[in-house]
Write a protein that binds this ligand. Structure first.
Ligand SMILES: [Fe+2]
Ligand SMILES: [Fe+2]
Length: 303
């Protein structure tokens, strides 16, 4: 992909941004449970006309909890990946070393941030929300793939956070201000991660054979399939979370309708927004044009 990304400029931008978890949540910075947490473009629940407005709000917030949990989960494998990638290069280019360690430090901070928001959520929501996992099993599975396969999957994840904020959150005045600030501050730092991960992927590609590149795209599809499987399980858990939070017993046709809407919303949130992201696709095309075509062919099932 054509770009002007560099370790030095990503580091400089990152050092200018520098926020603390404590600036975003805790003390008088609380979640406002009278407002939605997720933009409708990701939540996709307004179509469920059998729900009251209050129930739609509850389901929106359940999806907010899922978003916090899902990013908590994926950051758990991004952090060791970046650390492992940086390790053999610690005595190389000073800007590269510092930018990669900064990247890792920010992901560790994000893990903490998502955890703190989840605690606040659990304190204020009124009932417990179940989530798939455990994170260690997910990390183990993802990191069992080649560095290039995992790097491409992480690149997908970095780009989706940008899209979520820019397309659904930035100009949205309805959302809870605290949740919005989480998404904004995450976006601010993820904007550097997209650049750094592009550079990481390019450096891994440099030493890769055609066979290793083919394998990496198969692994990207495998990791995507694994996430999709998790999404399907989570959609079922969301029904339980909803019934528990509202005390409403859904009929079987309502369950079916809600489950389909949740699955569609989650697929778009975590898979479709990456598989159709122009910059992600440009990186893929630069590695292997055929892989871009394959991803574009698969994408409509997740959009
Ligand atoms: Fe992050
Ligand atoms: Fe990131």
């Amino acid at each position: 992909m054509q770009h002007n990304y560099s370790y030095q400029s990503a580091l400089e931008t990152s050092e200018r941004i520098a926020w603390r978890v404590e600036d975003l949540i805790g003390g008088d910075k609380k979640l406002d449970f009278t407002r939605p947490f997720m933009p409708e473009s990701l939540a996709q629940i307004k179509q469920l006309s059998f729900l009251t407005r209050a129930e739609q709000l509850t389901l929106n917030q359940i999806r907010g909890h899922e978003y916090l949990s899902m990013f908590g989960l994926v950051e758990e494998f991004i952090l060791p990946y970046v650390v492992e990638h940086a390790r053999p290069q610690l005595s190389g280019d000073d800007y590269r070393v510092r930018a990669l360690l900064q990247f890792a430090g920010e992901e560790a901070k994000h893990i903490h941030l998502f955890k703190r928001f989840r605690q606040e959520f659990e304190n204020g929501f009124g009932s417990k929300c179940a989530f798939i996992g455990p994170a260690e099993d997910v990390s183990r599975f993802v990191l069992s793939h080649s560095p290039l396969g995992v790097g491409i999957a992480i690149l997908h994840i970095e780009w989706i956070t940008l899209r979520h904020y820019i397309e659904g959150v930035r100009d949205n005045q309805d959302l809870d201000p605290q949740f919005k600030s989480l998404l904004k501050n995450h976006w601010l730092e993820e904007s550097q991660h997209t650049k750094l991960d592009t550079l990481i992927v390019e450096s891994v590609v440099d030493g890769a054979s055609a066979k290793e590149i083919d394998q990496a795209f198969q692994e990207y599809a495998e990791i995507g399939g694994f996430i999709d499987n998790g999404i399907k399980q989570q959609a079922e858990l969301e029904l339980e979370n909803f019934e528990q939070a509202t005390g409403r017993k859904l009929s079987s046709s309502e369950r079916e309708e809600m489950s389909a809407a949740l699955l569609k919303g989650m697929r778009w949130t975590y898979l479709g927004t990456g598989m159709t992201h122009p910059n992600f696709l440009a990186s893929v095309e630069a590695i292997k044009p055929e892989a871009r075509k394959q991803i574009e062919e698969m994408a409509p099932a997740f959009c």
